[in-house]
Design a protein around this ligand. Structure first.
Ligand code: C5J
Length: 224
């Protein structure tokens, strides 16, 4: 049975049995003060404010017994899946695959690539390792969602304007309804966060809906 969640641009018809929580790239290298993002001079507090709302949402989602999927951006240790253009983009001194503060940067198996302990995946929750910004590109996400009969996604994570936006656009083109939670997404640049959310809900919800996590948590409590 669908339940209405107060959202913008209009109420989201939440169908828990066919909805997955998709948590994008809550990785140590992006969020922790000693990580790669911080090393580049980014203000990680802009991302860290999303940890507590995500933690509360995840607890409620797990308590309701619904599907949770996590993603991590990163590459094979041999970097065979790293496009040369991505390796050199930005002309940084330290780039993907180089030694960083928490192991090799955005390389699978390294400490910085892993998900922060506060939101660590539980046994049985799929973790999608993605080489791109979007979670559908070169991954098995589509197959996993299809096998579980998922038609809707509640999307959280970082960063709002890059991997969250790219994934929501990919999902929208594949026919999924996406509800993006404003307090559970973040960007190093607050103005990009704001605009990233506006772009999703503009023009009657051109890519999806936006709500706060509290709206979802209250709906899950009503379901219980
Ligand atoms: C993500 C990035 N996860 N900003 N990556 O958004 O490069």
């Amino acid at each position: 049975m669908a339940q209405e969640i107060a959202a913008q641009p209009y109420a989201f018809a939440f169908d828990p049995a066919h909805c997955a929580l998709l948590i994008i790239d809550m990785q140590r290298d992006f969020l922790e003060p000693g990580g790669f993002g911080a090393m580049l001079g980014n203000d990680v507090s802009q991302l860290r404010r999303t940890i507590e709302p995500n933690r509360r949402l995840l607890a409620a989602w797990r308590a309701a017994g619904l599907t949770v999927i996590h993603t991590r951006e990163g590459h094979r240790p041999d970097l065979a899946d790293l496009p040369p253009a991505k390796k050199i983009r930005g002309k940084g001194e330290t780039t993907i695959g180089d030694p960083g503060p928490m192991g090799r940067i955005l390389v699978r198996g390294e400490a910085g690539h892993d998900i922060i302990p506060e939101l660590y995946p539980a046994a049985g929750e799929p973790v999608i390792d993605k080489p791109g910004k979007g979670a559908f590109f070169a991954t098995d996400l589509s197959a996993i969602l299809a096998h579980r009969g998922i038609k809707q996604l509640v999307v959280t994570g970082v960063t709002t304007e890059v991997c969250v936006n790219t994934t929501v656009r990919e999902a929208n083109d594949r026919g999924f309804d996406c509800l993006v939670l404003s307090d559970c997404c973040g960007s190093y640049f607050p103005e990009f966060h704001e605009m990233g959310l506006k772009m999703i809900k503009a023009q009657g919800g051109i890519f999806g809906w936006v709500a706060s996590s509290e709206e979802v948590i209250q709906t899950l409590k009503k379901e219980a």
